[in-house]
Design a protein around this ligand. Sequence first.
Ligand code: NAD
Length: 273
Amino acid sequence: MSSEPIEQGDPIRVAVMGAAGRMGTTVCRAVLDAPDMELVAVIDPPHVDEPLENFGIAGTGLTIEMVGPSVKKADPHVAVDFTNLDGVRSNSRWCALNGVHAVIGTTGLTPGDLQDLSGLFNGERANAVVAPNFAIGAVLMMHLAAIAAPWFESAEIIELHHDNKIDAPSGTAMLTAQRIAEASSEWGADPTKTYTLEGARGGEGPAGIHIHSVRLRGLVAHQEVLLGTTGQSLSIRHDSYDRTSFMPGVLLAVREVAKRPGVTIGLESLLGL
Ligand code: NAD
């Protein structure tokens, strides 16, 4: 049995997983501000029974809960997950089994996780949109880098993030390298022969493309793709200055997920790219 269709004109009922976190609170605000959505449940196990108000969001009357029967009773159409690896693994299972579509922003998912998601969200009961970067500008940056790649012989990626990010390199940097590698195989060899400092050339991603990870207090999420050929270079840079940059992409995914059977990876198809 598939999940109840969302009737046209009805608000989309949204649950937020990780609602007390940095991204979760931003998603709660964005959903509350969206005229076509209703925030119906907020989930964050370490903060169960605390009012959402404690996290700077007043006037909803919502209290933080665990996933389970009371969330099911709130009858969300879509759950948005910005948690951690353990969280997203158990939450996505719950969503799939309960016919709740999932919009997943949590990063660090392995190829095995993506395979598990394809089994869980097979389009029969619920669908999922999974994106390592919901900033539309970042999606365009990756798209433009792939278009440019065949015209260059060198490519390097510098990703820069805040000083609380626990994984490196970013999922966006890895995906960008993969997209560039798929677009061209004509890359020059790395000239480096000796190292006075191990790791100075960063990590090697797909097609040997070097990825450099900067962690700096004050930053949010930034990336520069450098492409070089004889006598010229092209830099494609994207900056997320605060977490609201991800919200148009998250809301787009919330609006689209019910219409896209199975698992959709990345926002490209939602943007018609
Ligand atoms: P955070 O630590 O501020 O928030 C995570 C929240 O999840 C915490 O409040 C934590 O208590 C909660 N949580 C833990 N286990 C849970 C569970 N089982 N169910 C529900 N909630 C649970 O982290 P953050 O900065 O908000 O980032 C969260 C994730 O989003 C990270 O993986 C980060 O890399 C990713 N992220 C993705 C994008 C994107 O565009 N895809 C953008 C920014 C951050």
